[in-house]
Design a protein around this ligand. Sequence first.
Ligand SMILES: [Mg+2]
Ligand SMILES: [Zn+2]
Length: 199
Amino acid sequence: MTNSASQGIPPNLTTVFLDRDGVLNEKMPEGSYVTSWDSFYVLPGVPEAIALLNRAGLRVVVVSNQRGIALGLYTAADVEAIHSAFQTLLNRHGAHVDAFFVCPHDRGQCNCRKPLPGLFEQAAAQFPSITTATSVMIGDSLVDMEFGRRLGIATLFIEVDPERQSPTAASARQLANLRFPSLLEAVKALLDRCSETSA
Ligand SMILES: [Mg+2]
Ligand SMILES: [Zn+2]
């Protein structure tokens, strides 16, 4: 059924790509970075949102630019430790992330810094059933929306704190298929639309 209410959301959705900073945890002020678990502030409703995705049988994949590694502000091992602690927190809520993919590079040095497609390709290599036609991308910045658009993946834009948005937020909103104030609201809408389109 072609339904304008589906807004590009695939009826046969299998994989939800999530940006990290600003979607799962509080984004640091511009120029600051999450360097350890102590500065990883999980946003309200995030464990519940991920649990809903898990229960719906959807794969949850985090794709994150971590240029701070290239800048020497923290190491890849620090990022792994943060993700491990986050996973432990999620597990206490009956939730889990299926995989984390991180770009550790500086600008212009790789194929994996969003909006380039490398992190999607890494995910598809690990989970061969991943396709662009059965995925969505949820993020809080222009690069996330461009990442989705270039791949032909439906994009959901999260505006947690409009006052802290970068000047590119207006362009990001325009590129997005749908916009929400939190991951939890995005996930609820996504699951509603999936059940509508599969009904
Ligand atoms: Mg972000
Ligand atoms: Zn990279």
